[in-house]
Design a binder for this molecule. Structure first.
Ligand code: ATP
Ligand code: MG
Length: 271
């Protein structure tokens, strides 16, 4: 977090004068609606003529489907680009003693290797290794560097995170400005949400907001407000159209309105 502030390029500072830059991790419990919210927000940002970097940090890789990318099953995740990672981190077979570069070149990766659809660039991370005893493997170093690069150089970066909280201390969450935590109106939704909020705070992230999802009535909203002890930035109603679309994001008038409200809420808070 602190390192990121120091590293900000003159380009991002210049952008900040005109419009806010936003680097947001979307987190929450499994199945709460992280991918749905990420896809919806990516599309709303893109409708506002912003180039958006959508980062799929979930090894299940369904953000491409949600966003309607053509042939999502053909997208090669970054961690599968073994030769490229070996070359850039100097960690190939002829590297000595298991040493590798922690600052590999990554600035050409989005453009050369990640698909773009309209004004949305999709970065699919793939499976990131679990760090054993605090060690980092070349793939993780590469991903970490790539995320740092994106958050410094790009205007809007939205990351669809892995479910739960266990992974948050590693890798991808370190460099964002804000967390949006998706919470369903259940006791488990609230407890996971509060735990995620605490962890985001311990990473040094001060912008942490909730989005209530699968809301059926006012009592669901009240349950979340009372138990999260804060007003969520917005709510998404339970929406049968999303279920019918089977993993693809679909807008209807109500979803459009609810996501626009969240978009406006983000803009106000980032000013
Ligand atoms: N507001 C909603 N109304 C109805 N169904 C929803 C809503 N939001 C999400 N869903 C559905 O709930 C399921 C889980 O949503 P989604 O995949 O977005 O969650 P996730 O948090 O990304 O899950 P995972 O932890 O597996 O990555 C999907 O079938 C999705 O269509
Ligand atoms: Mg998901």
């Amino acid at each position: 977090m602190r390192q990121r502030r120091i590293q900000r390029s003159p380009l991002s500072v210049a952008n900040e004068d005109k419009i806010s830059t936003m680097k947001i991790a979307i987190a929450g419990k499994g199945g709460s609606g992280k991918t749905t919210l990420t896809a919806g927000l990516v599309l709303v940002f893109s409708q506002h003529k912003k180039t958006v970097i959508a980062v799929d940090c979930d090894p299940d890789m369904n953000l491409g489907i949600a966003l309607g990318f053509p042939n999502p099953q053909k997208i090669v995740p970054i961690t599968e680009m073994k030769e490229l990672i070996a070359e850039r981190t100097s960690s190939g077979e002829d590297s000595s003693g298991g040493y590798f570069k922690l600052n590999p070149k990554v600035d050409d990766i989005p453009e050369k290797f990640c698909p773009r659809h309209d004004n949305i660039r999709l970065i699919v991370m793939g499976k990131v290794q679990k760090a054993e005893g605090g060690c980092m493997c070349p793939e993780n170093a590469f991903i970490k560097r790539l995320i740092s690069h994106l958050v410094i150089t790009e205007e809007v970066v939205l990351l669809d995170m892995v479910a739960g909280t266990e992974h948050l201390g590693r890798g991808t969450a370190h460099a964002v400005d804000a967390f949006l935590i998706v919470a369903e109106p259940t006791h488990l939704g609230v407890s996971t949400g509060l735990h995620t909020q605490e962890l985001a705070g311990s990473l040094g992230i001060d912008k942490v907001w909730f989005v209530g999802n699968k809301i059926q009535d006012k009592s669901d909203e009240d349950f979340l407000k009372n138990n999260l002890k804060t007003e969520p930035i917005g709510f998404l109603s339970f929406n049968k159209n999303l279920l019918t679309a089977r993993g693809k994001f679909v807008f209807d008038e109500r979803l459009k309105k609810e996501l626009s409200d969240i978009y406006e809420g983000l803009n106000r808070r980032f000013k």
